[in-house]
Design a protein. Structure first.
Length: 263
């Protein structure tokens, strides 16, 4: 058994969304105290000398960690996470100074419900390799959890992550052995269809469905419908500084994948 320690609010959101007595400014101290108490409970009920325990830095956990607001018991493994809809590691992964005597791990989304790759393979082997090369370089290899969302649709992504965790590998070689030769062209076409909509983001099925749902809701309520697909709807953090891409530009990007990221 591995104990998972942490504290979030209702509906898998930040605690300050459901408990108004906890402000953003106080959240780091509040969560740190809760995790310390959880660890004390674990030590009381688990007879092992050092029970395996982790805490996963997801969304607001990542933000609080990057701000230096969180502290954890020395025995607890700190697990860095990617931002699910981009499959890229969050800021704290890159900026946190690793402590010599502490162990670290990773939580990675091969698929991501609602905004990322959900009902169709959307995380390319090259993308998985790039991220896991970063993870290995940081030494965060004690523990790994892969979120697959749906297994059937993401066997390739799962195999890519599994292979990445075993050391050096070649994505092209994986693609060659993953499927029979008659399907190599189809998989290559699928990978090429994952259009880039920014430096770290691909146009995946979940993001498109999310944008369509918002368009339909606007029509239903008699509200203005955006002329394009705002990229911030693809980002769980809703970064409003990102530009808007029209359907025509997205269609053009299918023939020139780099055109969407220009200007």
């Amino acid at each position: 058994m591995v104990w998972q320690l942490g504290l979030r609010g209702k509906g898998d959101t930040a605690i300050w969304n459901s408990d108004k007595t906890v402000s953003r400014a106080e959240a780091g101290r509040f969560i740190s105290r809760a995790i310390a108490e959880q660890w004390d409970i674990v030590r009381q009920v688990d007879p092992r000398p050092t029970p395996p325990a982790t805490t996963t830095l997801w969304l607001e956990g990542s933000e609080l960690m990057a701000a230096g607001s969180l502290t954890f018991p020395e025995e607890v493994t700190i697990v860095f996470a990617d931002e699910g809809s981009s499959q890229q590691m969050q800021q704290d992964f890159h900026t946190t100074t690793r402590q010599k005597d502490r162990i670290y791990g990773v939580y990675y989304h091969v698929a991501f419900w609602a905004r990322g790759s959900h009902l169709l393979q959307g995380t390319t082997p090259d993308r998985v390799k790039k991220v896991f090369d970063q993870i290995i370089a940081k030494g965060d290899t004690h523990y790994a959890v892969i979120n697959v969302c749906n297994i059937r649709e993401h066997v390739l992504g799962i195999e890519s992550a599994r292979t990445a965790m075993r050391g050096s590998w070649d994505p092209d070689a994986l693609m060659q052995r993953f499927s029979p030769a008659c399907l190599h062209g189809s998989y290559r076409l699928l990978m090429e269809s994952l259009i880039s909509i920014g430096p770290d983001r691909l146009l995946q099925d979940g993001a498109v469905f999310q944008a369509i749902r918002r368009h339909v809701a606007a029509l239903k309520d008699g509200k203005p419908v955006p002329a394009g697909l705002p990229v911030e709807t693809f980002d769980i953090r809703r970064n409003s500084s990102l530009p808007v891409y029209s359907p025509a530009r997205i269609k053009a990007a299918a023939h020139s994948p780099t055109s969407v990221v220009e200007a």
